[in-house]
Design a protein around this ligand. Structure first.
Ligand SMILES: [Zn+2]
Length: 369
């Protein structure tokens, strides 16, 4: 009898324990992941949704995949902040995120600005903005940062696909890729000149081909196998470019920007839009890692202004069978920048930046493994 009672108490303690620790519940692909447990490296805990609902007595808990879900009621004093939903988008509070990722908040202003750190990484967040600042690079988000009751709110999607990869990459369960073979994709070609600067008689298709050839030589020197989607001034259909990445580990598309405002300048890197369901999204964490690795190295060697990591639904990225990025090296429409992009000595800085960034990405992958 006593034994039975003890066993019951123990099981209740366990329930209580779980009740306290499972503060936020996310459902991803049918698997429950608890951020409060996230931090215990190599000791992640999982449970079935039904069981947890039972234990937590939450009632109508809705899964993250259910766009109709509204606020999950907090259990006073025990359950955590809920997902807050604005216009159908789920948000988490920064203070809960910081706990779950075991970061430190070094600054948290009541006006909606916060600075968090982990290891050597710093992320700055400002309510109302649609990007965060990671080290020196803006990383654009899927949803604007909100502010509610003194707390910055980050969308669940951005938490999972931006903050976790940036601050706690070890929590990413997907297999870490290797980096041996790289596909370089000089944009445009043949009948498609891309952007042009008529004043200087420069075309995007020629400059990116020049730089892709130089980058290939540099990467081969550094021990990588390199494939180009075109090696001459020839037209290659957009849809045929990703297929050349069949056996590659990274796809890097090279382009030049153009704007009607001739003072627009700087480098920006695109990854595939993370909220959509493209096969290229399988590599979200690595796309982001490649983008910020290349962007920060490029910024260092060229001193170009850093326009950040953005997202787009480019055809060459949508169906990639490996991680990939699209680099807009600079603005051909800005005469001063276009002259640098076409200058042999400056091109060496560009190539060094791209190659250093790609190598850094490979090192980051190794660290994760
Ligand atoms: Zn282009």
């Amino acid at each position: 009898m006593l034994k039975k009672w003890k066993r019951r108490r123990t099981s209740e303690n366990v329930k209580e324990n779980i009740f306290l620790r499972y503060s936020l519940i996310y459902v991803l692909g049918g698997v429950l992941v608890c951020p409060q447990v996230f931090g215990e490296a190599g000791n992640s805990k999982f449970g079935s949704l039904g069981k947890l609902v039972d234990i937590l007595k939450i009632g109508k808990l809705k899964t993250c995949g259910d766009e109709s879900s509204s606020i999950i009621s907090p259990q006073k004093g025990i359950t955590p902040s809920p997902f807050l939903t604005f216009a159908g988008i789920r948000y988490l509070s920064l203070s809960d995120i910081v706990k779950s990722l075991k970061c430190s908040i070094v600054l948290n202003n009541s006006n909606g600005f916060a600075k968090i750190t982990k290891g050597g990484a710093t992320v700055q967040l400002t309510a109302g903005q649609s990007y965060i600042l990671y080290q020196t690079s803006k990383i654009y988000l899927s949803h604007e940062l909100k502010f509610n009751l003194g707390n910055i709110l980050v969308s669940y999607d951005d938490y999972l696909k931006v903050l976790v990869p940036l601050l706690a990459i070890n929590l990413i369960a997907e297999k870490t890729p290797v980096l041996k073979t790289i596909v370089l994709d000089p944009g445009h070609g043949g009948k498609d000149p891309g952007a042009i600067n008529a004043r200087l008689n420069f075309s995007e298709k020629m400059l990116v081909l020049q730089m892709a050839m130089l980058l290939k030589a540099e990467l081969v020197k550094r021990g990588y196998a390199v494939i180009l989607t075109r090696e001459t001034d020839s037209f290659v259909e957009l849809k045929d470019r990703p297929t050349k990445a069949g056996r590659a580990d990274l796809f890097v598309s090279l382009h030049l920007n153009s704007a009607t405002n001739s003072s627009a300048q700087g480098v920006e890197i695109f990854t595939l839009r993370r909220t959509k369901n493209f096969s290229g999204n399988t590599f979200n964490p690595w796309n982001l890692m490649a983008a910020y690795s290349v962007l920060s190295a490029f910024e260092k060697t060229t001193n170009f202004s850093n326009r950040g990591v953005k997202m787009a639904e480019f055809v060459v990225l949508k169906s990639l069978p490996c991680p990939g990025i699209l680099v807009e090296l600079g603005f051909i429409s800005n005469d001063a920048e276009a002259k640098k992009l076409a200058d042999a000595a400056f091109q060496r800085k560009i190539i060094q930046g791209l190659a250093d960034g790609i190598v850094k990405y490979g090192e980051n992958l190794k660290k994760k493994r």
